[in-house]
Ligand binder design. Structure first.
Ligand SMILES: Cc1cc2nc3c(=O)[nH]c(=O)nc-3n(C[C@H](O)[C@H](O)[C@H](O)COP(=O)(O)O)c2cc1C
Length: 177
């Protein structure tokens, strides 16, 4: 695996700003990752959740090494993935930490239940998933966390929240389809 990484040519002159601008065109589904137990909790908004394998049910999420949620994921060995509905832009904004709220303060404006390993799960998420941490792979500024799905609660909601070109966008299923 590492041999493959070493074979990738480096320094081909793609500036990070150019790469960031290009990635603005990639539409991302918005989720809130949660971790911790009791009052020792935090969470963060992400677009990097991806399904890795169906059998066993496994997903990945890319997390900045500086994110305050990461130490909680490592400490408790678990995390929650709350896929947001189109009506939950306010939840997404709150969990970016832009308003200065930290840790448990971020949970105050919405309803939460407790999933496996004590992880907080958003009561009105489009889908709420509890994961046991399987592995953490560090690369550059981020880690890739692999989560084994141990709990799943899907709603019947008809809207989803996406992020595209720096804006939240509500995706709505046409009721005729
Ligand atoms: C739409 C959107 C998507 C984001 N996706 C990610 C992501 O995939 N991974 C990540 O590390 N940070 C992502 N962030 C940034 C985190 O939400 C933010 O850095 C984090 O909540 C800060 O947490 P802290 O104050 O607890 O360290 C995203 C932000 C936004 C607005």
């Amino acid at each position: 695996m590492n041999l493959v990484v070493r074979d990738v040519p480096r320094g081909r002159g793609i500036a990070s700003g150019e790469f960031r601008n290009a990635m603005r065109h990639l539409t991302g589904g918005v989720s809130v990752i949660t971790a911790g137990r009791g009052s020792d909790i935090s969470g963060m908004t992400v677009t990097s959740v991806a399904s890795l394998a169906i059998q066993p049910p496994t997903l990945t999420v890319a997390i900045n090494l500086k994110a305050s949620t990461l130490p909680l994921i490592r400490r408790y060995g678990a995390f929650g993935v709350n896929i947001l509905s189109g009506e939950q832009t306010d939840v997404a904004e709150c969990f970016t930490g832009k308003d200065g709220h930290k840790g448990a303060e971020r949970f105050a404006g919405s309803s939460w239940t407790t999933g496996a390993f004590g992880v907080p799960l958003l009561a009105e998420a489009l889908v709420a998933i509890g994961c046991e941490l399987e592995e953490i792979i560090e690369r550059h500024s981020h880690v890739i966390a692999l989560g084994r799905v141990v709990h799943l609660a899907a709603s019947q909601g008809n809207t989803a929240l996406a992020y595209w070109r720096g804006e939240y966008i509500t995706i709505e299923r046409n009721s005729d389809t």
